[in-house]
Design a protein around this ligand. Structure first.
Ligand code: NZQ
Ligand code: ZN
Length: 384
């Protein structure tokens, strides 16, 4: 096992009716900026629950944060927060609202010239406005981590940053808020969480059996519970199990002491920036191809995955790996998420993905060895 440090400071308040607990979780003396997206919270009652819980707090609102939150929109919130002397941010919505809010939190006190440098150049974040979250879409794990992914429209870029200062102080996870998700977003959430586990599990052996089994537990739970949530959107137990799985997939525990890949996510972010695919759609396309292309380097973990997650124990090693990759793709498709670029209308210009990653001088994957040719090779495998 590799050395690691683990510190996750987010308080998680999980279950039915927990939005009411905002009245005590949100700091009493704060000036709160409540951020949200395109309006889903107004349709499903979450907005009313939040406002009722915060009736004795000072709250200013900022709506309109887009899926794949836009830098330009976040900067409008930064201006409002500065003008209103905001001291606490409350994100109400999915991963995009929360990621945008994390960036706003870091950009308000940023001392450099251009807050975009936080994303584009890894400029250090030395402090941030404290934030909390009411999550309505289980998927990203953003509710319990220090990551944020923000997109810029001009020039077109989707970039991520990590800072220990943007972990939410608390996140309220009420599975009932996810009842109103359209099937596409429910399925996206399951695929995203599944891919997060694979990025931390399908690498190489470092003799970390506990982390391996924790990862497998999340994968097996998503395979069992994801389809139930899709089939019966108001199945509380299924929604709760998916929500907790998605949080656990990217809250740091399964990453302790093990190598991590993230190549699929890096390619996926470029596909979203260039072609507008949903985040999870990019992962459903690229992950099976990454497994195929990297089957040599990932062999022992792929065989473990085949055995323990899909019960594939017969046949040659090659046959078991082929079957595990096929099962993964079948699972994504069974949720209604397509797995080939052509199915999303992406048929040309795909070389730009590798070009853009290489232009930043980056090599990706758990060995940081995948360069432009490898990326071209992976994307060729998921073209049709
Ligand atoms: O904007 P509103 O009106 O709220 O509608 C949203 C949006 O249209 C809707 N929605 C959310 N909760 C709902 C709901 N509709 C009905 N009922 C509800 N309860 O769903 C749509 C998608 O929302 P979004 O927040 O974009 O989805 P998600 O949570 O999947 O977030 C995706 C973003 O997170 C980033 C992705 O790159 C992408 O930008 N990621 C963040 C990570 C992190 N911070 O750790 C890791 C991930 O790998 C990922 O990169
Ligand atoms: Zn993801």
């Amino acid at each position: 096992m590799q050395n690691f440090r683990f510190h996750n400071p987010t308080l998680l308040d999980f279950g039915k009716g927990t939005i009411a607990n905002l009245s005590t979780l949100a700091p009493k003396d704060a000036r709160i900026l409540m951020t949200y997206g395109g309006g889903s919270i107004r349709q499903n009652g979450v907005y009313d629950q939040v406002k009722a819980a915060l009736k004795d707090h000072e709250v200013i609102e900022f709506g309109g944060i887009e899926p794949n939150p836009h830098y330009e929109t976040c900067m409008k919130a930064v201006a409002l927060a500065c003008q209103e002397d905001i001291t606490f941010l409350l994100s109400v919505g999915g991963g995009s609202t929360l990621d945008g809010t994390k960036f706003i939190a870091a950009a308000i006190p940023f001392l450099g010239d251009d807050p975009w440098d936080i994303l584009a150049k890894g400029a250090p974040v030395t402090k941030a406005v404290p934030l909390g979250c009411v999550l309505t879409l289980p998927a990203t794990g953003s509710e319990s981590n220090g990551f944020s992914v923000v997109s810029r429209m001009e020039p077109l870029e989707k970039r991520a940053f990590f800072s220990e200062h943007v972990y939410p102080q608390f996140s309220i996870l009420d599975p009932e808020t996810s009842y109103t998700l359209p099937p596409r977003q429910t399925a996206n959430g399951v695929v995203d969480a599944f891919a997060h586990v694979l990025e931390q599990y399908l690498t190489y052996e470092v003799n970390a059996p506990l982390q391996d089994r924790q990862a497998e537990a999340v994968l097996l739970t998503l395979i069992e519970e994801g389809p139930k949530a899709l089939e019966n959107p108001t199945d509380y137990d299924a929604r709760a199990n998916v929500m907790w799985s998605a949080t656990q997939a990217l809250a740091g525990a399964i990453a302790c002491g093990v190598p991590q890949d993230w190549a699929t996510h890096m390619m996926g972010h470029e596909l979203t920036a260039l072609y507008g695919l949903d985040h999870a759609q990019t992962l459903a396309v690229v992950f099976p191809a990454t497994m195929q292309y990297c089957r040599g380097a990932k062999k022992s973990k792929l065989l473990k995955y085949a055995d323990r997650v899909w019960g594939l124990r017969d046949g040659s090693e090659d046959a078991r790996i082929d079957a595990a990759i096929a099962k993964t793709e079948e699972f994504f498709r069974s949720l209604g998420v397509k797995t080939r670029l052509a199915e999303y209308g992406v048929t040309e210009g795909i070389g730009r993905v590798g070009q853009r990653i290489a232009a930043r001088g980056e090599k990706i994957g758990e060995h940081a060895k995948l360069g432009r040719e490898d990326i071209d090779g992976i994307l060729a495998l998921c073209a049709k």
